[in-house]
Design a protein around this ligand. Structure first.
Ligand code: ZN
Length: 474
């Protein structure tokens, strides 16, 4: 691992060279030797690991998908196949600890780096959660990724931070935790709505005069919209760090406006993008400048989600990751199911001048592209778009949508609770017209109570709220 100040200023050809070397090393020295799944995959497909000399050669290898990692009905230990085995014969070797970064090459792999430490899970709102093993080596990298993200966000130890990411065994909460301990800032690890609840989180923000809150986008919006109701002030609030779930630019703009309206001292909104299987999350220096990735930790390809073809600079496509510096669970060419609308760019960031590859645009979830049955044939429905529309409206507090099967066609039902003071009957009519024309589908809109909607979406129950319910198959 090289120093961040060097990596973040490295020119593109040097980054490519470093990544090519790391890919070759990971494939030949780790995956081909002690990774049960890929070792078999290379063997069974007559693939020669030595031929994978860099990023361009990865095309020769198949993708790994979420399903490949899940426990099988007759083999609950299947996810173990993605975990690097502890190097043989050296397990009992008594080694001095604490000099991992400086160890000499001829000492061989350190078994301690491979020793299971903890298990995190992907968020798994709709899909099954994937278990991901971390070793101490991985936790060090998680903290390093967190400290780098804070550097990009320009957070320092002088910033008091309210960590309102949901407490759970996942990379989101723990990266934030390790970042704050890593830089030595004052921080309250609230555990999010699930643990502390909105009122106590807002009270803590007020009492600690904290300028920074980290939260999922839906929860951050809810906080801004209910501050007044709980009687707390936002006069110390300066910035929101948005993570766990995606926040389109339109939602960032709404957050900034809301920060003005609640009297926040400043209105900085910054986004982070976490991939559980990448064992870390990446930050934007400012909204729209892209998620600044760690080229020594993860190699990123953007591919056509259908054909799998690797796409060029800046082209919209699916994010595919290969871990370059991990122990425990390791994935190679893993299809994340996330679409980056602005693809990947390798030119230096025009805002902060860092040179690391950036994932651009809004993130969309592939699982939220639906093909629905319209009256005159199939209709493509992008629920990411619906989510962006609903979350960026000034008049909606909470909402969810159902996709229901009717006799002649599928029907989109949207249930909402308006922001207090809104004429809900008028809003209902307006939403119905707007959504119908936008999505070319039959739409019904209903208004409901705060309790009913927040319970349905699991606002303070899940890691982040669930807003799309496809009832057709149930
Ligand atoms: Zn930047």
């Amino acid at each position: 691992m090289q120093a961040w100040n060097k990596i973040s200023r490295m020119q593109a050809p040097a980054i490519k060279k470093m990544q090519d070397e790391l890919i070759h090393k990971m494939v030949t020295e780790e995956l081909a030797v002690r990774h049960p799944y890929y070792r078999d995959l290379f063997k069974n497909n007559n693939l020669n690991p030595a031929e994978i000399r860099g990023g361009d050669d990865l095309k020769k290898l198949p993708f790994t998908e979420k399903n490949d990692l899940l426990p099988r009905e007759n083999d609950l230990r299947h996810p173990k196949k993605f975990v690097l085995e502890i190097p043989e014969g050296v397990e009992g070797k008594n080694k001095k600890r604490g000099f991992g970064l400086f160890k000499k090459k001829d000492t061989g792999p350190d078994p301690y780096d491979y020793k299971f430490h903890t298990l995190f899970f992907s968020a798994g709102r709709t899909a099954k959660p994937v278990p991901i093993e971390y070793t101490h080596y991985d936790l060090n990298n998680l903290q390093e990724a967190g400290i780098r993200a804070f550097d990009i966000l320009e957070l320092t130890r002088d910033d008091t931070i309210i960590n309102a990411f949901t407490f759970a065994p996942n990379a989101y909460f723990w990266q934030m935790f390790y970042s704050t301990t890593g830089i030595g800032s004052t921080a309250l690890q609230t555990g999010g709505g699930k643990v502390l609840g909105m009122e106590k989180i807002l009270k803590a923000m007020d009492n600690m005069e904290a300028p920074v809150i980290a939260a999922a986008p839906g929860y951050a919006l809810f906080a801004l919209l209910t501050l007044d109701h709980f009687g707390f002030s936002a006069e110390n609030l300066e910035r929101l760090i948005i993570g766990i779930d995606y926040a389109p630019m339109a939602v960032v703009e709404r957050m900034k406006k809301l920060m003005v309206s609640v009297g926040a001292k400043n209105q900085i909104v910054q986004r982070m993008y976490f991939v559980s299987e990448a064992k870390s999350g990446w930050a934007e220096c400012a909204p729209g400048y892209g998620y600044h990735t760690n080229p020594d930790h993860v190699y990123i390809e953007i591919v056509d989600p259908v054909s799998g073809e690797v796409l060029g600079e800046g082209e919209k496509g699916e994010v595919v990751i290969t871990l370059l510096d991990a122990r425990g669970t390791v994935v190679l060419r893993f299809k994340t199911g996330d679409i980056a609308t602005g693809g990947l760019v390798t030119e230096p960031c025009p805002n902060c001048k860092r040179t690391v590859p950036r994932i651009m645009g809004d993130i969309e979830r592939k699982s939220m592209y639906y093909e629905l049955q319209g009256k005159e044939g199939p209709v493509q429905f992008n629920a990411n778009h619906l989510r962006s529309m609903m979350m960026s409206r000034d008049d909606v507090l909470l909402w969810y949508a159902e996709i229901n099967s009717e006799k002649s066609a599928d029907l989109l039902k949207v249930v909402f609770k308006g922001v207090s003071g809104e004429d809900e009957a008028a809003l209902l009519k307006l939403l119905e017209t707007e959504l119908q024309s936008e999505f070319n589908l039959p739409v019904v809109v209903e208004s409901s109570t705060l309790d009913a909607v927040s319970t349905q979406i699991g606002l303070e129950k899940f890691i982040t709220e669930q807003v799309i319910f496809d009832t057709r198959s149930s």
